[in-house]
Design a protein around this ligand. Structure first.
Ligand code: GAL
Length: 346
């Protein structure tokens, strides 16, 4: 059962709460009502030692003063929308630009910086946010509900629901930075990763997807079998140079709820399995992590100290006719799910 306690006040005086739940296998999760942020996720390793496998901060001030989306919910639309605009049924909408002339992760003040209303129902923490019509340029009043639950099967399950009164764009994700050896244990280049995706969506120099796909075969993007993340990260592949490492979306094979990725901590022997019903997953190797405020217990996070596996619609899909549409029609129910399951290996 989730418990709730007061955490702190935002700079503009709003109260923020911390929610905590644990299971009988020793997994414990802490989530803030600020950004629906996963602050810590403690998981026992192969030896039974507890490791906090997500990066985070001790203070609300640090969360407010950073732009790395640590552990946060991201919306209305994860990833970049080129030129900060899109059209629905011939009507053009201009979004806020927060990365040069492009729109990233929902804009200037995305869902990661909102205070979410909370409701605890047994093992479920239900967070809600009402995004007004026109917020960051998006059409429609969007009622958003995100449910976090932690199961006895060692699954952290995130269910995303939304409904809008006008046609709009929705692609919600969570931006946990994982380090399965522990948040303060340095680079993730030794982590083993496997991704169920035959193709990525390449990006231009501004990191905007142009609606094309690139087979991963014979390239450093091929994670169809386990590879250490760092094995090919310094390859001269043009896409790796553009991203400063991996910062690319995989088109996940198959449809419906399925295994998207497996990540293994080389020291902890903790394995995380990611299941989702989303089309894509961004692999981001923390290439711009440096410069974030000091982390939990004073940890100083450097580039590549964590990896994000962000399930989402394909990037810039609203402007890419060949990609499945991320448009949520008025009155339609958005319902998507991602599960992070933890195990240990020999
Ligand atoms: C990732 C994105 C990166 C970077 C990061 C936040 O999701 O792919 O390019 O913007 O968020 O620092």
């Amino acid at each position: 059962m989730f418990t709730k306690r007061y955490f702190d006040k935002t700079a503009d005086g709003q109260s923020v709460f911390l929610f905590e739940n644990s299971n009988s296998n020793g997994i414990k999760v802490q989530i803030l009502s600020y950004g629906g942020t996963v602050v810590s996720l403690q998981v026992p390793d192969r030896q039974g030692k507890i490791r906090d496998v997500v990066l985070g901060y001790d203070t609300l001030k640090s969360y407010e003063n950073q732009d790395k989306y640590l552990g946060a919910l991201v919306g209305r639309c994860a990833n970049r929308i080129g030129g900060s605009c899109f059209s629905i049924s011939g009507k053009r909408y201009l979004l806020s630009s927060n990365e040069n002339k492009n729109h990233l992760h929902g804009g200037m003040t995305g869902f990661d910086k909102k205070i979410w209303a909370d409701q605890i129902e047994g093992e479920n923490l239900i967070l809600s946010y009402l995004s007004p019509h026109g917020e960051e340029g998006y059409p429609g009043t969007l009622t958003t509900k995100v449910t976090y639950s932690l199961s006895e099967q060692n699954e952290l399950c995130i269910t995303y629901e939304a409904v809008s009164d006008l046609d709009t764009v929705v692609s919600l994700t969570n931006h946990c930075y994982f380090n399965l050896n522990g948040h303060d244990s340095g680079k993730i280049e030794g982590h083993f990763l496997k991704i169920n995706g035959d193709q990525i969506t390449p990006v231009n120099r501004e990191m905007i997807s142009l609606g094309t796909s690139l087979p991963v075969a014979d390239s450093p993007f091929d994670f169809r079998e386990f590879h250490p993340i760092g094995e090919r990260i310094h390859d001269t592949h043009e896409q790796l140079r553009i991203g400063g490492g991996y910062d690319h979306n995989y088109i996940l094979n198959g449809q419906g709820m399925r295994l998207a990725a497996e990540l293994m901590g080389d020291e902890s022997k903790i394995k995380m399995l990611v299941y989702t019903d989303m089309d894509g997953m961004q692999l981001y190797t923390g290439n711009f992590l440096k410069g974030a405020p000091a982390g939990k217990n004073g940890a100083v996070y450097q580039n590549r100290d964590a990896v994000c596996l962000e399930t989402q619609f394909l990037p810039n899909a609203v402007n890419c006719p060949d990609f499945p549409s991320p448009i949520l029609r008025a009155g339609e129910n958005y319902h998507r799910q991602t599960i992070y399951r933890f195990e240990t290996i020999e």
